[in-house]
Design a protein around this ligand. Structure first.
Ligand code: ASP
Ligand code: MG
Length: 411
């Protein structure tokens, strides 16, 4: 029988009522003839509570025990979902990550899935089980310890199962009814997209759209898993939600598909560093080793052998970046007069695969911001994305203006 993967996020399993409602959705797909693999998150708020308990117990906790505690929320919902399905006379069984087993690396709290053997679950399907309920977010390391995949990781569990079982589709049930052209809380004209290409979704996810964990989209793209994002709070038709798919399946694509933003960006400028071969490596090597996620980089005009180097990173990494630079200076690897951190900036990005074949998108973006009196501090582009760093107080205005300028409210 064809396999369908259905993933329910924290709000969709927040209490017994919601679990019953989700189970009914599963029942509908079983009745259509699918063998279903259900991936569940912990009840909403549960993982945060567990993370809090670990921190209170042991500030410099052992990462293996962090995973032992933090993975447990999913165990509860997996068992409850299986029981609920059994109450509906749907043959169901729950599986914790280690039972499948979901084999991962041993990078605790940020493990990556290496392999999901399908034989155990497939054998059960063969014996008449119709639903395997799997605890998301967790796996087992080569050492036999429980691991977790990083916050939001059950999306990645779902996609990995869909790839491993060659599922027809991977449906991600959440509290929004799909992927929007931008955040509807900022731009009321934001429109739900029927389809979006993997690459666009990847950019939007990594730029701050929070519907899907970035890694799940990478995985879906690599294994060409059809992903659908839809709400568990509404009656759903087969065409509901947003399909994240290969760009070939999208006939008419907009030049720009979405506007993303990220509030917590910082702009760091190293004043007067030597302009010599190897200087970029001497700066960004230590930053990367310190775990600073550098996004945009600009090297300014050089004068008399000195230059200013600007980069952006998340605000909560500013301290780490400052330390990495001070250490490099102390070692004599780099020299600079000052490191200036501007933490009142935000990043706004326009994303669309249509940019590949259409020129003028950047010009239009800059003109729109200029008409609104918004000053651009840093610009970065890729083949399908243009990002700008601006003062945070203009972020909402910029998102709305760009959404209008690219007519994203129109299909
Ligand atoms: N419960 C985990 C978290 O909150 C995993 C997930 O929901 O995807 O991060
Ligand atoms: Mg989530």
């Amino acid at each position: 029988m064809p396999v369908l993967v259905m993933k329910f996020g924290g709000t969709s399993v927040a209490n017994l009522d919601r679990i019953r409602r989700a189970a009914k959705r599963v029942g509908v797909e079983v009745a259509k003839g699918y063998d279903v693999i259900v991936i569940v998150s912990a009840m909403s708020g549960k993982t945060n509570e567990l993370v809090g308990w670990v921190g209170e117990t042991s500030p410099l906790y052992d990462a293996r025990e962090y995973d032992a505690v933090v993975s447990s929320g999913e165990n509860v919902t997996a068992g409850l979902m299986a029981l609920t399905l059994q109450e509906m006379d749907v043959p169901a069984r729950s599986w914790q990550g280690w039972q499948v087993p979901v084999k991962t690396t041993s990078a605790h709290s940020a493990a990556r899935i290496e392999e999901i053997p399908t034989d155990n679950i497939t054998a059960k399907f063969g014996e008449g089980m119709r639903v395997a309920v799997v605890a998301g977010f967790q796996g087992v390391s080569p050492e036999g310890r429980i691991t977790t995949l990083g916050r939001g990781g059950s999306d990645t569990t779902a996609v990995a199962f869909a790839a491993a079982f060659d599922a027809e589709r991977c449906d991600i049930y959440t509290d929004v009814d799909g992927v929007y052209t931008t955040d509807p809380r900022i731009a009321s004209k934001a429109r739900k997209l029927d389809k979006i290409a993997f690459e666009e979704m990847l950019e939007l996810a990594s730029l701050g759209a929070k519907v899907l964990q970035t890694r799940s989209v990478e995985l879906a793209m690599r294994y060409n898993v059809k992903l659908r994002v839809l709400s568990s709070f509404e009656e759903q038709s087969d065409a509901a939600g947003t399909l994240v798919c290969d760009e070939e399946e999208i006939m008419e694509s907009n030049v720009v598909s979405g506007i993303a933003y990220s509030r917590d960006e910082a702009k760091m400028t190293l004043i007067s560093v030597a302009d010599r071969p190897g200087i970029a490596a001497a700066i960004f090597g230590p930053l990367s080793e310190a775990g600073v996620n550098v996004d945009m980089i600009i090297q300014n005009i050089a004068e008399e052998g000195r230059t200013d180097m600007t980069f952006s990173c998340p605000t909560d990494q500013v301290k780490r970046a400052e330390k990495a630079m001070a250490d490099a200076k102390a070692r004599g690897d780099i020299n600079y007069h000052d490191l200036v951190a501007d933490t009142d900036v935000a990043k706004v990005s326009a994303v669309g695969i249509g940019m590949r074949s259409q020129s003028g998108v950047a010009a239009k973006m800059f003109k729109t911001l200029s008409d609104e009196g918004v000053n651009i501090k840093v610009i970065a582009t890729s083949e399908i994305k243009i990002s700008v760093l601006i003062d945070r107080k203009y972020m909402e205005l910029a998102v709305q203006a760009l959404h209008d300028a690219f007519e994203l409210d129109k299909a």
